[in-house]
Design a binder for this molecule. Structure first.
Ligand SMILES: N[C@@H](CCC(=O)N[C@@H](CS)C(=O)NCC(=O)O)C(=O)O
Length: 218
């Protein structure tokens, strides 16, 4: 397969998931940065809107057309490039890994996206302290559900075994957001350990926000 383009933003955790997936599969792609930072809003420009009317990153442009939604993109990668698999071989374990990933992608992340944060700011006059509190609150609630799931399992270097799965692909970007918003992680030792281990993997290193060409250095 040739000619994959990822419409990307260094700090987007949904795009970060896809970068990890592409990197784990060893699939080459071109990153096309879309600056979604408030005030830049390149995702709202006419050309990008035509590709993704939802005006969000990531979008993967393929020879077949464009794909949106990080988990759909990861599912397409999984079926198109089966090795190495993102899912444990055992169907029960695979379902657990998917459920873990979905808790992050569909329950935690949407509440902390730019659009709801902007709505809190404009419609409800929330100040930055209140917004940061909201942000941490929803990560904490989600992590409180995820930590016992992993604590109850036999300990392994990645969330669901010896190799990275969809669970780690979603966890690592979410932990990056947690660090950015200074969430106290002391109640989540398994999540912290797995995140730290996964971030040493070469595919996760390549996909890390600070290693992207549009990264803004502090
Ligand atoms: N469910 C989508 C979420 C995509 C998403 O919300 N992307 C954020 C960045 S992480 C975005 O582009 N936000 C721009 C905006 O809200 O205007 C996915 O998993 O791909």
């Amino acid at each position: 397969m040739i000619g994959l383009k990822l419409y990307d933003y260094w700090r987007s955790s949904a795009a970060y998931r896809v970068r990890i997936g592409l990197s784990l599969k060893g699939v080459a792609y071109e990153s096309v940065p879309i600056n979604i930072a408030p005030g830049k809003d390149e995702q709202k420009g006419e050309a990008y809107r035509a590709a993704n009317p939802q005006m969000r990153v990531p979008v993967l442009e393929t020879p077949k057309g464009v794909l949106t939604q990080s988990l759909a993109i990861l599912a397409w990668l999984e079926t198109t490039y089966p090795e190495p698999s993102f899912l444990p071989a055992d169907p029960w374990e695979a379902a657990q890994a998917r459920a873990f990933a979905l808790t992050i992608a569909t329950d935690i992340h949407p509440l902390n996206n730019l659009a709801p944060l902007g709505y809190l700011r404009v419609k409800f006059k929330a100040d930055e302290a209140a917004i940061e509190d909201w942000y941490r609150h929803w990560i904490r609630i989600g992590f409180e559900a995820l930590e016992p799931q992993l604590a109850a399992r036999q300990q392994s270097p990645f969330a669901f075994g010896e190799e990275p799965t969809l669970a780690d692909i979603c966890l690592v970007p979410q932990c990056a957001n947690a660090r950015r918003f200074k969430l106290d992680m002391s109640a989540f030792p398994r999540l912290t350990a797995i995140d730290a281990h996964a971030r040493l993997h070469p595919a996760f290193i390549r996909a890390a926000p600070d290693h992207q060409k549009d990264a803004v250095k502090a």
